[in-house]
Design a protein around this ligand. Structure first.
Ligand SMILES: Cc1cc2nc3c(=O)[nH]c(=O)nc-3n(C[C@H](O)[C@H](O)[C@H](O)COP(=O)(O)O)c2cc1C
Length: 270
């Protein structure tokens, strides 16, 4: 399956069937997680935690039996690396037929941190339950999806630009540049509160990634929306790779005037 089709068939899952997943599948996912790398060369550590044994839960989740917590050393670009690597694992879980959802707010972080042996200098921004998707969503899940308009995304013109921020990129122009699928793969990605904070400026063979900050997503330890950007980087890169293109990540801010509250993150050359 092409990467875009895979990510288009994903949604956040908050209602599970209450059963433990098959050991073989679980071990495949654990092995996969051990070997995940990201373009920043920053290692993200995954811990699989039995919900009952560790008394773990989330107010938005039902039927949960297992959680993955993801941990990274606090450092420059740790959040982007984190978003990239954890999304890679969660997309693999989706490919294996399992449901997941990024949880960055609705959880008792201290409990997950203690169960994951988080040490000094490490951070645990998010976790995800993992399991088989229930046949129907809980009422709470349906309401949550409605609340954040989870089935909707911004149009191309709001998210993507050519050369600078004054020239929006339409779907049609993206098709002409042979970038439609890679940009669409970003558009369908998950983000905290579905804020879709990624903004991308295309310039020749470069895609410059920017973060449009919303208030209330950063604390002393991490910026949740930089994790969203890491997710976007992963989706864009994987779609281009699945089209047989080669890509490389650079961090050199181009000479482009960014609007207030918009921060340069990284550039993919393709
Ligand atoms: C970094 C991050 C943190 C998130 N935190 C939560 C959370 O705390 N609780 C929750 O129910 N969903 C959370 N989500 C899921 C988003 O609400 C969801 O991705 C978005 O609404 C789009 O819906 P979809 O994933 O079904 O496409 C988070 C997503 C991301 C990427």
């Amino acid at each position: 399956m092409e990467f875009l089709d895979l990510v288009k068939s994903r949604r956040s899952v908050r209602t599970f069937d209450g059963k433990m997943i098959d050991d073989k599948v679980l071990n495949e996912l654990k092995d996969y997680g051990e070997n995940i790398e990201n373009p920043y060369g920053i290692k993200v550590r995954f811990v699989f935690l039995d919900a009952k044994e560790n008394k773990l839960s989330s107010p938005v989740i039902a039927g949960d039996t297992l959680y993955i917590s993801a941990i990274v050393k606090k450092d420059e670009h740790a959040e982007e690396a984190y978003g990239y690597s954890f999304e890679k694992l969660l997309i693999k879980a989706h490919e294996l037929g399992l449901g997941t959802v990024w949880i960055g707010g609705a959880m008792q972080r201290d409990k997950f941190a203690a169960a994951s042996n988080v040490s000094e200098g490490e951070i645990l921004p998010c976790v995800s339950p993992i399991g088989t998707t229930a046949n129907s969503m809980s009422i709470k899940e349906k309401l949550m999806r409605k609340g954040v308009k989870a089935d909707k995304r911004f149009d191309f013109e709001k998210l993507f630009f050519t050369k600078n921020f004054t020239a929006p990129l339409s779907e049609e122009s993206a098709k002409n540049l042979d970038l439609y699928k890679a940009l669409e793969a970003i558009r369908v990605a998950p983000s905290a509160v579905n804020k879709q904070p990624w903004r991308i400026v295309i310039e020749d063979n470069a895609a410059h990634f920017y973060l449009r900050h919303d208030k209330g997503y950063a604390n002393d330890d991490f910026d949740m929306q930089k994790i969203d950007l890491g997710i976007a980087l992963y989706h864009f890169e994987q779609q281009l790779l699945s089209e047989g293109k080669s890509v490389s990540l650079e961090i050199t801010s181009p000479d482009i005037q960014a609007p207030d509250g918009v921060e340069y993150i990284a550039t993919y050359k393709f």
